[in-house]
Design a protein around this ligand. Structure first.
Ligand code: NAD
Ligand code: UGA
Length: 476
């Protein structure tokens, strides 16, 4: 197998990973054409929109990268066949959600989109190609892709590499520019495998120091991605579990996090208490890990990781419960204002956001939920609640009634006017800078604040007259 010089890269999937990753590759490798394709026409149209405000995802720093590369060597298209045919390297960056049907429902990763990509590559390719798994995949998926590609029988040869993405939303461009490491898994025991790994390494070497590019076998690479997310999520669940204890005992979870984080063996990152982690991947990837362990009869290992999710569910539930209990055991007919809906700041992504679950519990208790989020649209919030309802048959009949109690605002002060309580669900910086005296004067008394991100100045709020709850703190 002889790989020609890389002149064209194609990425299938123009989402939160495909878009920013390919934009940065195009920015750093001006001599290579990069085409990102997707079946979603509206998404591609948004990537091609002249007005950069209309890009389909919000990510700090993304607009300037797109402005630099788009039209020069970065293209967004729905012509998937041509893009596959012309490329020497094809990244697969499609979604791999948790299965919602059949075997492995609610646990396993749904690989149907991956399989479709492999079949389409097999059908269209007329020359040897490197196929790169960029999506997060269960260990051994490369084998399935290889089996589909190798059985086309048209003489075309493929090398499959695993190159998982570690970017976090909200900091994606910085994470891509200054990656801690780039992981490339391949068949390094064969000459063709090594050549493919070197071709991909060469691309990243345009801006990533060589010592940060790690080579492993394919299975180690696939498993490392799931493990990295599991470890990160585990840290959040660990500190959140301690937050429960702090609220009972009078210890302060932030002080505990600082004290333990100063130990260089533990480190200070990912120890922020919260209303619970969200995002498209932590839960999905741990469920997937648990599913793989159970499939291999490793039930103790599966139980261990499953508790990371259980703890997270508990944290979301107890936040909602705290609001209900504090508001005299019912929120029926009460106006509760959510500041934030996204799963973290600096993104418009809402997948698995804690806000969705907390909103649902309060709506079930007949609350009126008013929301202000600087980047999330009303239609997205409705979509999120609809999706949650569809997962639970018993919710379907009451869905419309509950959704009629969701009010979305574009002005935060209008959202908070005459509210019984405010709940901070996302740590957007602007929430800190509001005129809290004005907010207090316009609320129903007693005025409650439930700060699910510990970003507000609790002392100042007390002085204004608010009753404040923060995670992992015993407050009066
Ligand atoms: P996404 O849903 O934002 O984007 C996936 C895109 O793939 C969609 O636009 C969809 O239309 C497209 N697609 C699906 N099937 C297709 C097909 N057959 N042909 C063409 N296009 C197709 O998903 P994402 O957040 O970008 O995640 C993609 C993968 O990357 C997942 O496996 C995820 O676990 C992983 N990942 C995500 C992040 C993150 O921060 N979002 C970070 C690291 C890894
Ligand atoms: C995470 C990982 O950080 C990325 O490395 C990985 O590539 C990505 O998942 C993925 O595979 O999708 P992301 O979900 O975008 O990135 O964002 P994080 O910063 O990890 O935050 C995840 C959730 O944990 C958020 O809801 C955040 O608010 C919460 N969190 C994070 C905490 O509650 N406390 C913390 O200390 C850190």
């Amino acid at each position: 197998m002889n790989f020609p010089k890389i002149k064209q890269i194609t990425c299938i999937g123009a989402g939160y990973v495909g878009g920013p990753t390919m934009a940065v590759i195009a920015q750093k490798c001006p001599e290579i054409n990069v085409t990102v394709v997707d079946i979603n026409e509206a998404r591609i149209a948004a990537w091609n929109d002249e007005n950069l405000e209309n890009l389909p995802i919000y990510e700090p720093g993304l607009r300037s990268v797109i402005a630099e590369a788009r039209g020069r060597n970065l293209f967004f298209s729905t012509d998937i066949e041509s893009a596959i045919k012309n490329a020497q390297i094809i990244f697969i960056s499609v979604n791999t959600p948790t299965k919602t049907y059949g075997k492995g429902k609610g646990m396993a990763a749904d690989l149907k989109y991956i399989e479709l990509c492999a079949r389409q590559i097999a059908k269209v390719a007329t020359e040897d190609k490197i196929v790169v798994e960029k999506s997060t995949l269960p260990v051994k998926t490369a084998q399935a892709i290889k089996s589909i590609l190798d059985n086309v029988g048209n003489g075309v040869k493929f090398q499959i590499l695993s190159n998982p993405e570690f970017l976090a939303e909200g900091t994606a461009i910085n994470d891509l520019h200054f990656a801690d490491r780039v992981l490339i898994g391949g068949d390094y025991l064969t000459e063709d495998g090594k050549a493919a790994m070197n071709a991909l390494t060469e691309i990243y070497s345009h801006w990533i120091p060589k010592e940060k590019i790690i080579h492993t076998n394919v299975w180690s690479s696939e498993l490392s991605k799931l493990t990295a997310n599991a470890f990160l999520a585990q840290r959040v669940s660990s500190i959140n579990s301690i937050s429960v204890l702090c609220e009972e005992t009078g210890a302060d979870a932030e002080e505990v996090a600082k004290a333990i984080g100063s130990d260089s063996r533990i480190g200070d990152k990912f120890l922020k208490v919260s209303v619970g982690f969200g995002g498209s991947c932590f839960q999905k990837d741990i469920l997937n890990l648990v599913y793989i362990c159970r499939s291999l009869n490793l039930h103790d290992v599966a139980d261990y990781w499953e508790h990371v999710i259980k703890m997270n569910d508990h944290q979301k539930h107890r936040f909602a419960e705290k609001i209900i209990n504090t508001l005299y055991n019912t929120v029926s007919g009460k106006k509760i204002t959510f500041l934030g809906w996204a799963f973290k700041k600096d993104t418009n992504d809402t997948r698995e956001s804690a806000a969705i679950y907390v909103a649902w519990e309060l709506l079930m208790d007949n609350a009126e939920i008013h929301v202000f989020d600087p980047k999330v649209t009303k239609s997205q919030m409705i979509k999120d609640l609809n999706y949650l309802a569809e997962q639970n048959l018993e919710f379907l009949s009451i869905k419309d009634q509950l959704l009629s109690k969701l009010v979305v605002h574009t002005d935060p002060y209008a959202a908070m006017k005459e509210a019984h309580a405010i709940a901070v669900l996302t740590e957007w910086d602007e929430f800190r800078t509001y005129d809290w005296e004005r907010v207090y004067n316009n609320m129903i008394k007693p005025a409650f604040v439930f700060d699910g991100r510990n970003i507000l100045n609790a002392k100042q709020l007390f002085q204004l007259g608010f009753r404040v709850f923060q995670i992992g703190k015993k407050l009066n």
